[in-house]
Write a protein that binds this ligand. Structure first.
Ligand SMILES: Nc1nc2c(ncn2[C@@H]2O[C@H](COP(=O)(O)OP(=O)(O)OP(=O)(O)O)[C@@H](O)[C@H]2O)c(=O)[nH]1
Ligand SMILES: [Mg+2]
Length: 415
């Protein structure tokens, strides 16, 4: 941990907005994930200073520890950030800023870097605009030529955002092309989704024998990783994705659109949850995950993978399983560590893959028909061949492959 990275956590509590212990634990986890050493936690009850979110005295108390950053538990408005920064020259962060910092430190691919930059700019743009408005209104003393710099900065930000959006659209189109090719090669596409740290990457590793990075910290995975997985003869591609977190602003989800398409366009979604979380937290994370999946416009069937069952005794695991059933479609308990429950999971995946259809195609006895035949292998199972005035093939395959092969056969017969 970087010794220079110190912070004080500041929280304001009033009867209408009590401190949420889980949110607090999560905030500490987020601070740790970017390497902040928390020097002190300062709580203010009831009173509230609208200019600073928390009383001036509390900010002065926090600054007496000489932290590099002040981390606010309560969300800060752009005006509050502006006010605190102009009176106290300290770096100010709230939960959302921390999430952005983690994303920035983890982004390694070009796609992830663009996504993080877009999220950062989407966050900065309204701040710059409100600083501009404040200066123009002359509310802040001591500014000359009010807002000219911010005006051009705001303009630059908008321009850069448009450029990144264009580049990300290209990345998304490439992803779409890749998914189309994989489907044509006979793969069903499965996406791993769920709250951050639930064990998605570990599950990918166990199911496919891979070594994707998995760690006990939020947002280890930012960019999707895909591995092949065969289940009872069905060929699938399993994709690991970025984790969800409660209360993500809409623009952050939008920035990660190209990554989240892997979930939106999958044939089956495995929603992974940590069964060993306290019950209330588990329910909240499931609700947050369903909300995120709804935002991604997922229409595919879903299996709820209740992971980390090795951390619970059988009675406890079964009790929780029963208590969250309403939030867990097609639940299966597993341990990505010990391989408990993995056969049941594979069976459940197999049952929920796009159904296979039986059909017949007729081909003339021409050499080009063999081209159609060769496309058949890998995408459909040949059940029977009969040699009549034409070649009659009985096949079993997925509806979209059936449609494609039938069309190719029809074209061949029409020639
Ligand atoms: N005991 C136990 N620990 C697990 C299990 N699965 C994952 N873990 C641990 O949980 C932590 C998070 O695992 P990851 O696989 O990185 O979780 P993730 O959902 O991919 O997390 P992000 O990519 O950060 O969103 C790691 O420390 C894993 O070793 C499990 O079945 N049992
Ligand atoms: Mg991961």
């Amino acid at each position: 941990m970087d010794n220079d990275k110190t912070a004080v956590l500041l929280m304001r509590e009033n009867p209408a907005n009590p401190i949420d212990p889980y949110r607090m634990i999560e905030l500490r986890g987020l601070a740790n994930a970017v390497g902040y050493r928390v020097l002190q936690e300062i709580k203010q009850r009831r009173e509230r200073d609208h200019r600073f979110q928390i009383g001036r005295g509390k900010i002065e108390e926090a600054l007496s520890c000489h932290p590099k950053k002040l981390i606010f538990y309560n969300p800060l408005s752009p005006t509050q950030v502006f006010n605190i920064r102009s009176e106290f020259p300290a770096q100010v962060l709230d939960r959302f800023n921390l999430i952005l910092e983690i994303f920035a430190s983890r982004a390694s691919t070009r796609e992830a870097k663009l996504q993080v930059e877009l999220a950062r700019l989407s966050y900065d743009a309204p701040q710059v605009r409100s600083e501009l408005a404040l200066k123009k209104r002359g509310e802040q003393p001591g500014f000359r030529g009010a807002g000219a710099y911010e005006q051009s900065m705001y303009h630059d930000i908008r321009g850069r955002m448009a450029k990144i959006r264009g580049e990300l659209k290209e990345v998304e189109a490439m992803g779409e092309g890749r998914r189309k090719r994989r489907r044509e090669l006979g793969f069903d596409l499965i996406a791993l989704a769920g709250y951050t740290n639930a064990g998605k990457s570990t599950l990918l590793n166990t199911l496919t024998g891979s070594v994707v990075n998995a760690q006990d910290q939020p947002f280890t995975t930012l960019s999707p990783t895909t591995r092949a997985l065969e289940i009872n003869g069905r060929r699938t591609m399993l994709t690991d994705t970025v984790g969800f977190i409660d209360d993500l602003p809409h623009f952050l989800i939008k920035a990660f659109q190209s990554t989240l398409s892997e979930i939106a366009q999958a044939d089956l979604v495995l929603l992974v949850a940590d069964l060993s979380d306290p019950l209330e937290l588990l329910r909240r994370k499931l609700v947050a995950s369903h909300k995120a999946l709804w935002d991604c416009q997922v229409t595919a069937p879903m299996i709820t993978v209740l992971n980390k069952m090795d951390r619970l005794d059988e009675f406890d695991a079964r009790m929780r399983f029963d208590q969250i059933k309403d939030l867990a479609p097609n639940p299966v308990m597993v341990s990505a560590h010990s391989s408990q429950g993995q056969e049941s999971l594979k069976e459940c995946i197999y049952q929920h893959l796009p159904p296979l259809k039986e059909y017949q195609i007729r081909l003339p006895y021409t050499s080009r028909s063999f081209g159609v035949l060769s496309r058949l292998y890998g995408t459909a199972e040949l059940l029977d061949v009969s040699y009549e005035d034409e070649l009659v093939l009985s096949l079993q395959g997925r509806a979209e492959d059936v449609a494609r092969l039938s069309k190719a056969a029809e074209d061949e017969r029409a020639k």
